[in-house]
Design a protein around this ligand. Sequence first.
Ligand code: ATP
Length: 876
Amino acid sequence: MFYHYHSAEDTLKSLQTDDSTGLSSKEAAKRQKKYGTNELESPKKQSLLLKFISQFADFMILVLIIAAIISFLVSFLKGETDYVDPIIIFAIIILNAIIGVVQETKAEHSLDALKKLSAPNASVFRDSTHMTIPAKDLVPGDIIFLETGYYVPADARLLTSINLKVDESALTGESHPVEKNADCVLKENTPLAERTNFVPSTGIVTYGRGTAIVTATGMDTEVGHIAKLIMEDVTPQTPLQKKLAKTGKILGILALSICAVIFILGTLQGRPIFDMFMTSVSLAVASIPEGLPTIITIMLSLGVQRMAKKHTVVRKLPAVETLGSATVICSDKTGTLTQNKMTVTTLYSINGAENLSSAFGNFLLSLATRCSDTNIEHSKNHESTIITGDPTEVAITTAAENQGILKLKLDLTYRRVDEIPFDSIRKRMTTIHMKNQNYEVITKGAFDMLLPLCNSVYINGKSVPLTSSYKKTLQEFNQRMSEQSLRVIAVAYKDVVSIHDKDYEKNLTFVGLIGMIDPPRPEAKEAVATCIEAGIRPVMITGDHITTASAIGKALGILHSSDEAINGAKLDTMSEKQLEENIQHYNVFARVSPEHKVRIVKAFQRTGNVVAMTGDGVNDAPALKTADIGCAMGMTGTDVAKNAADMILTDDNFATIITAVKEGRGIYDNIRKSIHFLLSSNIGEILTILASILLNFPTPLLAVQLLWINLVTDSLPAISLGTEKPEKGIMKRPPVDPQKGLFADGLVVNIILEGLFIGFLALTAFICGYKIDGNGSLTLGRTMCFSVLALSQLFHSFNMRSSRSLFETGIFSNIRLTFSFILCTILQVLVVEYPVFASIFKVQSLTLLQWIAVFFLSFLPIVVVEIQKGLNYLKN
Ligand code: ATP
């Protein structure tokens, strides 16, 4: 149902809403039952069964299934009744598939949970109160508020509009924002793109503000109608996952070639062809790291969940990887490095400092508060007043109210008739009010943006021409206030008879300066120090005055004596090349506009940096997109900024970025640890078999045993390593060099050496069991080899936890890994000692002494690696 050909009043009537109260919560709940939630249906997820079946779509698993079938046929043709091998292989394949499904579902759930965290809100009028609710709870008939930078949360008919412009490109493809007008009533057949009194869901308010009544929600909206065409829900792979998938393929081919060599050599040595075939295929299945990409997804999403608890919502998974490589963090000042709790402390007129309670003080505050968009709510007994809105304006309104200047009263007396909203490029705003039969224009904003608009100055109740000597005096006052870290707002006004020409911002009378403190966040100083220690350069980018910015930069340790602060005007005089050549000298950028931010990011990037950048406004979106890690503010950020960002800081705090970097580095480390563990273990398995063939020993491991090791001792510890806490001193290291790749710093050598050692231990166990006191048997040898291979990998997983000694890290401090270790050890002992399993896996019970030997050998990787860590420590 459309309402563009109805008046606003008719629309309110037919949707049964009263615009003086909004809907009641009860009525809204009723309507939600009728119309459903305001959400686009997400595409159907793959069913569990399909997910399960797709686990078998792996080439090696198919080969294994064929091998199991052949094994069954051979036994059948031979007339044997022993089908244990094929049955156990099938059981293991199915178990593997179940584990795969569980892991994938888990990863999917955590990604869904993340999407929910960054779901949009809507600003709505219900129960006579202005409130913010999740956009999905909107119903037809709700009255909503539209503000610059926010999404239109549902299809709606405008009730009021002030300079409102909406970008509807998502729906109409029209790239220019459309001017809106609540007051017109259109023809019924007006095309969608020309319905100026209608705002569609997913539109973005790029300018102005307004109110509207929701006419359609969810799948009933215009976007809902085409949603089926645009719905896509693919989570793209991160660069690391792509790289790993590639590396995995190469490793897979390598493993496959070795298995082929083993098969050929074994057959040439006259071993039974069929046994050799089964062993090689099982070895190939066990050693190809096909699960790596899934394990990485789980690790990334587990990390992302941890980060959500620490005030960082990651919107794009690759950001987690990039965080560890960040070398520059560009941060806003207000709210991120400071508390955004502003208090007016100082006022200046042309005569000098003035009291807030003086006649001039009251006049200045009364002008400024009229030119503010704060919401004021008095408690029922009028004992307390809650003022909300932009912190600068809240500070002004609060100061005014404390002087008994009541904004609500002023707004009634001096009704606002027009306005030019604040934006971070103009750095000022103007409101026009009725004053008697005439009009009054009030402009407030940054001193340097306002002074050029003035031709007179307010002295003792009169407007006097603004001479250059007055200008100088005012500039001195502005400088003095800025040096005290104060944020300065200048105020000017004029009376006019007509507002026809709309030429508001000229020939104004300069009234005075309002100075407010915004103390640095207490935790910011420490976070800046950590940042510098971690080899990351903290940079402050702000719209504020250069002197104010420098004072705060110094207080926080961002600006040192050797650095310089620079402002937007100077940036404009520099070419891209000059900026690039000098960028390392600047840590504070003041009076910048959002376009400058893009230039700054690019200049840092061209000098080889990985840049994180914060932003909140509509105009910050390009910089957030350009940065390697765009961080939007959760509390003050607009929907546009959030949508452009890779992550959202839910507490708007600089210290949170540093915590996120720490987590990011930790996650990258953990991924490396898992890969290290999986690959060294797999090499151990391959080498055990390869060496025994080359030495002409009987095959030391059977197919089912290999598959068991792959299933149990590989995947559980590998995932548990993903929950390892960031290592001590992780923020004392330089950032990860993205050029170096995952296998940097001798990882490959370590993987091979450790694999060799594990293979050596397993083979030693085999020889011990096979020939113990001359009465060993092949089954005993295999049992010991099988157990040592499984258990040594479990012990080895503890080596991965840290580059420091286990005693320093805390042996049992990774609870998941400890649990995996205990569980897998019990399972391994059960398989050997429980007769039914023992016969299935073709192993025999071990004596206590033999178990001691098995545990002793399996424990050796810890001894060797601990010694190696000790030597490394001494070397450094
Ligand atoms: P940051 O980028 O660190 O958040 P900022 O908040 O100081 O910096 P802007 O909000 O763009 O940046 O403000 C720039 C300047 O505009 C301020 O120094 C102030 O002089 C002026 N200003 C800020 N808010 C208002 C406002 N509500 N009305 C009028 N002028 C304002």
